[in-house]
Design a protein around this ligand. Structure first.
Ligand code: ARG
Length: 428
């Protein structure tokens, strides 16, 4: 096929260059958005008097057929035609001829590609929000139990006893913030770039037509500056940043599940359907899903970094470097979506060993409460801290491994403020 820009060129593009510059392998997933965009834009050109009614009718029918062909797998992509936008225009031209040559009037792939991408995010990000909300519901229903006690840790050392509800409630908070961040990013995604042309605007669409076009494409606002509209990839960075934080949270949960499913902890048992065996050690049951959720976080952070580095230092306005944004964005989206989907199914398949959790709350885990007991009796906290520290040292010396093993009179050797009720304080 002749290039979209063949006019001034006399030599064919080098084959390696075609391969090197093509992006259809990545951006073909925007085909639905691109067809919707071309249809709505053609309607705008009809309102602007550029297309006649019969031409528009042919374009509309032609685009529907192109969509069907794509979905039936009856098309093949070629590096010669770079990207999904060029292919769709080409396939439409093959189907309807002359009218197809008018659909690119006033638009550029520069404003088109970014509009497609925004439309795609408006479609898929709400799925991520929904999944996060569903996972929160599962956590609240299955894991937020206020009557289950386990050790809470700092520095991975037993710190103070907590309930399972307090522990998993922390993840609910994280995912709520993730939802809020995605919704906030969606506000800035929800701006139509189309109408910016290559960079300097579109002389065919008046403001009224552009507003109507935005509405038809599902946007609440229209970009105010055409150079910014084709240069801006903040929304890609913001999305990847929000996705990165989701992966931070999922990764921390994954790490805990790995740790807790070890024999040493034994707090959880992950269902067989969500674990794998070892090719050599018959006894093994590995928490691979939790490990991979943890492991895949790296790609998403890498994608965020890649887009930041690609964008820094680019002069206004569009530069071909920006074509790299989509592969990274899709990598981030797919990784998060995949991780959330598998986590949602795995969570109900995790069995908690409540007894093991509770039995792990022995030892000196009530030491802080014991110091607070003294404070309530009028001892200064720093002093109480020293007293309880000495009690712990005494226990270790005496081979006592739990504050419950001391008698009231032993406590009273360290402070006269200890009374009979001290035993109920050290008993969790
Ligand atoms: N395929 C390009 C991208 O994804 C869009 C078109 C580039 N525009 C151009 N004038 N070469 O960013």
């Amino acid at each position: 096929m002749a290039k979209l820009w063949g006019g001034r060129f006399s030599a064919d593009t080098n084959k390696l260059v075609s391969e090197f510059t093509a992006s259809h392998q990545i951006d073909s997933r925007l085909y639905q958005e691109d067809i919707l965009l071309n249809l709505a834009y053609s309607r705008a050109l009809l309102s602007a008097g550029i297309l006649k009614q019969d031409e528009f009718a042919k374009i509309e029918k032609g685009l529907q057929e192109v969509k069907k062909d794509i979905e039936a797998g009856e098309v093949s992509y070629s590096d010669d035609m770079e990207d999904v936008h060029t292919h769709i225009e080409h396939w439409l031209t093959l189907k309807i001829g002359e009218p197809a040559k008018k659909i690119h009037t006033g638009k550029s792939r520069n404003d088109q590609v970014v509009t497609d991408l925004r439309m795609y995010l408006l479609k898929v990000l709400p799925e991520t929000v929904t999944l996060l909300a569903e996972i929160n519901q599962i956590i609240i229903k299955n894991l937020c139990q206020t009557d289950i006690v386990l050790p809470g840790y700092t520095h991975l050392q037993k710190a103070q006893p907590v309930t399972l509800a307090l522990h998993y409630g922390a993840y609910v908070q994280m995912f709520q913030r993730d939802i809020a961040r995605l919704k906030d990013a969606l506000k800035r995604i929800d701006v139509m770039s189309l109408g910016a042309g290559a960079l300097a605007g579109n002389p065919f669409l008046n403001e009224q037509i552009r507003q109507k076009l935005a509405k038809e494409l599902g946007f609440s606002a229209v970009a105010e500056n055409s150079m910014d509209a084709v240069s801006d990839r903040d929304f890609v960075v913001e999305t990847l940043a929000a996705l990165s934080l989701i992966m931070v949270h999922l990764s921390r949960m994954g790490e805990e599940l790995v740790l807790w499913s070890s024999e040493e902890f034994g707090y959880v048992q992950i269902g067989d359907a969500f674990t794998t065996g070892s090719s050599i050690m018959p006894q093994k049951k590995n928490p691979d899903v939790a490990e991979l959720i943890r492991g895949k976080a790296g790609r998403v952070f890498g994608a965020l970094q890649a887009v930041l580095v690609t964008m820094k230092g680019l002069p206004l306005s569009y530069n071909r470097d920006m074509q790299e944004d989509k592969e990274m964005l899709f990598l981030g989206l797919d990784t998060v979506l995949g991780s959330l989907q598998v986590l949602k199914q795995m969570l109900p398949e995790i069995k908690f060993n409540y007894e093991k959790m509770r039995n792990s709350t022995g030892g000196f885990i009530m030491a802080t409460r014991l110091a607070e007991y003294l404070v309530k009796k009028g001892v200064a906290f720093r002093e109480a801290h020293v007293i309880v520290g000495k009690i712990v040292a005494y226990c270790l010396e005496q081979g006592k491994r739990d504050l419950k093993e001391l008698s009231v009179s032993e406590y009273q050797k360290f402070s006269a403020e200890f009374k009979d009720d001290v035993l109920s304080v050290v008993n969790i």
